[in-house]
Design a protein around this ligand. Sequence first.
Ligand code: KE4
Length: 429
Amino acid sequence: MSTNHACFERAQKYIPGGVNSPVRAFGQVGGEPFFVARAEGAYMWDVEGKRYTDFVGSWGPMISGHAHPDVVAAVTDAATHGLSYGAPCPDEAELAAEIIKLVPSIELVRMVNSGTEATMSAVRLARGFTGRDLIVKFSGCYHGHADSFLVKAGSGVATLGLPNSPGVPACLADLTLTCEFNDLEALSEIMRVHGERIASIIVEPVAGNMNCVPPLPGYLQGMRKLCDDHGSVLIFDEVMTGFRVALGGAQSVFGVKPDLTTFGKVIGAGMPVGAYGGRRDIMSMIAPLGPVYQGGTLSGNPLAMAAGLANLKLIQVEGFYDRLTATTTTFCRGMQAAADAAGVPFATVEVGPMFGLYFAERVAKNYTESAKSDIDAFKRFFHASLKRGVFFAPSAYEAGFISLAHTDEIIAESLAACTEAMAEVGRGQ
Ligand code: KE4
């Protein structure tokens, strides 16, 4: 049997930092990552056989739990018919049809292979449709690693404390204007000055990459009006919130209709899938229908389509979101009680089955506030929970996720472990 340390040593010989995505390396929390041998339901097991209750869920996709039998069966069956065709297959249209059925703002949708590809393509499309170059994003929001987004980004970029990423040409970074999330006045001023040059505002309707930060009342509605007033394309980046915070995504929760929406995570059930879609007049600009180019060897991959279709079927079961939302509330209330008992400044926020844990007096409304939380307390809590078999995202700038597999018993078991972990934090250990 190998050990986590041996796996990490070996991985570092061949892979930068030993990981294929920076946030996995435990950079903000210290220590070494465990290496997963297998996952099932709400649990993951490392190579040493230690079991973890998983509140990361592969950063959102595993809303039905790891290795759900329906998803595994769909992928296994698809694999027997070949792994990739480089030619269209019927399931691509079936998954597109399901997304369009569930999200009324979508008239046409294109499959890609990651959230980054989805957002990168949506912004190119918005620029092609408007003939404009500037975009607006928000400090702490993360839209993947395309050059235009690595400006005051969240998630792994914030975790590593990088204001921006080297390698992004200044001439390109200059085309991305940034603004604090939830500050409609500041956004209005940007649009007043630059609006006629702004191709798009791209936003996480519930920010999940600077911890979990919901929009203030009226914020998204105000953003919609600003885009209408200035002819800019409103892109909701629902890679994380899509089919996560509600069946119709964040746009259905807040009643705001974007022009384009990006997806990922849940629509692939853990397989590499992203998608972007929206208004027919805009999407019709995409090749081969229109002149804006975007392509991908593995886009619409049959195994990924099968996984996505199986997952979207599972989430449409009556009461699915009610159940997960109630579980999330139980968990967050239990965490707050544990912190209060331990005398630890703490706050939680939840949007459906997505939540944020703050080692701070209150939930943040933007990145500046989120960055003021007690990162050291979070770090100690993270490790105190991990050693008790509970795995949270290894960064204070991430959200947490509940799945269908998080039963009442598993939540109770996790809260007992986290209560002990919080007591350790309260004792200054
Ligand atoms: P990917 O390219 O990682 O599939 O998706 C990029 C992306 C786009 N938009 C939003 C709102 C996202 O949350 C993401 C990716 N999320 C992070 C988790 N915070 C992925 C984790 C990682 O980078 O390893």
